[in-house]
Design a protein around this ligand. Structure first.
Ligand code: GLC
Length: 473
């Protein structure tokens, strides 16, 4: 339907009826247009009906791109996301690929913890197992997995799409493209707009000190009715996710990036140590005691139940929070992770993201490469962005009206997503990155739990360990 010349009211009605405008968008525009309550009610129920239909059928927005090969009779096994809410969308994506190509796809989930998932992949690939054809790999792994990957540098050009240079470079090891960028990620701060307003806060926190003040005031007040309420939830378990959170704390406090570009081990500095001590102070006060065992979904569980004022997480939690049956729907927003107070304090959001890799041991390379191309295509990324709030890796999708409407924050945080996020030191430490990260998250977790009571001493010990790892490079 071409609504270019229609009145704003007709246009809004049409967009509500087709589900193109979100509930929030309908409310915002209807109030700007001064529409009557009954008319707004009709629009909202039309919108809810369509949005509900989309909820019921994940993957319904996926369009198979043109130009996929005929792969009749082929069969591939792929490892995609973890068990959880993304599975139905991924199953639908695999089915559309099968329908379009004739290739049968068997999807399995990988572990939620990136650390465990890497161990699983390494075992599988070391055995040169041919029963997995393609898998999704973390942005920090190209240097580790390169020897086991098919070079996808030709495959990525099939649609002529412009992928983020930074990620393509990250994924290229000695000229080999180890994975085609599927979606990118950046740590963000989720906050409850309704609770901030209720407790007299006009804007989300800019600094950690402000976050602490707001989280503790809101928690104290909300506890009167809800004993399960917490100020702030995040990822504190000893795994890769804690490396991401702790990197944000230290960078935002002017404390460097653990190991600098020139391989200087910089973590042993007062700002980094102070940032870990600050986080230790959250455990059992504004955050649950158990936060030191939390991964992404543990934090989201508390948040999604309406039991937290703030959450640090990745963009995937946005669409889940906005689902039609969510108790926090339209009651939250996202912003940059807070910064420290001192000199050199900056907002820091860790860069994450996943790529499609084809195993060098696959016996169905053509089908596996076509699958990787399909999953990272414009069409599939667009649906992933709209339905599952995953950040595209194709630059043009950040100007796509449908993508922006489903995720208004893609526009407001565009600079972060388009290159401003902070990378973990995985390129400089390459195949030894996992050792670096493991030493780091182990030390930080010990500081958080109090197992290491002297943070400065524990960080000095960490710096020695990291020095030992770097000297092997
Ligand atoms: C997200 C990020 C990934 C990161 C992981 C840590 O999945 O995309 O890069 O390593 O979280 O838990």
């Amino acid at each position: 339907m071409d609504n270019g010349s229609a009145s704003p009211v007709t246009r809004l009605l049409a967009e509500a009826l087709t589900g193109r405008a979100s509930r929030r968008e309908v409310l915002k525009r209807a109030s700007a247009l001064g529409l009557s309550a009954p008319l707004v009610g009709i629009m909202l129920s039309a919108q809810a009906h369509v949005a509900g239909a989309q909820d019921a059928e994940p993957g319904s927005l996926i369009e198979a791109p043109e130009g996929l090969p005929d792969l009749s009779g082929a069969k591939i096994n792929v490892i995609l996301g973890q068990d959880g809410p993304v599975v139905p969308w991924e199953e639908a994506a695999c089915k559309k690929f099968s329908d379009a190509t004739g290739c049968q796809v068997t999807r399995t989930s990988g572990p939620e913890s990136a650390t465990e998932r890497l161990a699983q992949y390494q075992q599988l690939l070391a055995a040169q197992a041919s029963d997995v054809d393609a898998m999704t790999i973390d942005v920090i792994w190209p240097g580790i997995l390169a020897p086991h990957a098919v070079d996808l540098s030709e495959a990525i050009t099939w649609q002529g799409a412009e992928y983020f240079d930074r990620i393509v470079n990250n994924n290229t090891v000695n000229g080999k493209l180890v994975g085609i960028p599927w979606y990118t990620d950046a740590g963000i701060l989720y906050y409850r707009t309704d609770l901030l307003q209720k407790h007299g806060f006009e804007a989300p926190p800019q600094t950690w000190t402000e976050l602490e003040e707001m989280a503790s005031a809101i928690q104290d007040a909300e506890r009167a009715d809800n004993p399960d309420f917490y100020g702030f939830v995040w990822q504190g378990a000893a795994y890769e996710g804690l490396t991401c959170d702790a990197l944000e704390w230290q960078v935002s406090n002017g404390g460097g990036v653990i190991i600098e570009e020139d391989l200087t081990v910089s973590v042993n500095n007062p700002q980094a140590i102070a940032s870990f001590e600050r986080a230790r102070g959250w455990v059992g006060t504004i955050s649950p005691e158990g936060v030191t065992t939390y991964k992404e979904e543990d934090a989201r569980g508390v948040w999604q139940a309406g039991n937290a004022a703030f959450m640090r997480n990745w963009p995937y939690a946005y669409s889940l929070g906005q689902a039609s049956d969510s108790v926090i729907r339209d009651k939250f927003d996202v912003t940059l992770v807070p910064k420290g107070d001192g000199e050199n304090a900056v907002h820091a959001d860790t860069l994450g993201g996943w790529q499609m890799m084809v195993s060098a041991y696959s016996k169905n390379t053509d089908a596996a490469v076509a699958f990787a191309q399909y999953m990272t295509s414009r069409e599939v990324q667009k649906s992933f962005a709209i339905e599952e709030s995953r950040l595209p890796t194709i630059v043009a999708l950040y100007d796509d009206a449908d993508v922006l409407e489903a995720n208004p924050f893609f526009g407001s945080l565009k600079d972060v997503f388009l290159g401003g996020a902070v990378a973990r030191p995985s390129t400089v430490t390459s195949d030894l990155y996992n050792e670096v990260s493991t030493a780091y998250f182990t030390a930080v977790n010990e500081i958080l739990t109090g197992q290491a009571s002297d943070a400065a001493a524990r960080v000095a010990q960490l710096a020695d360990q990291l020095q030992g790892i770097v000297s092997e490079l």
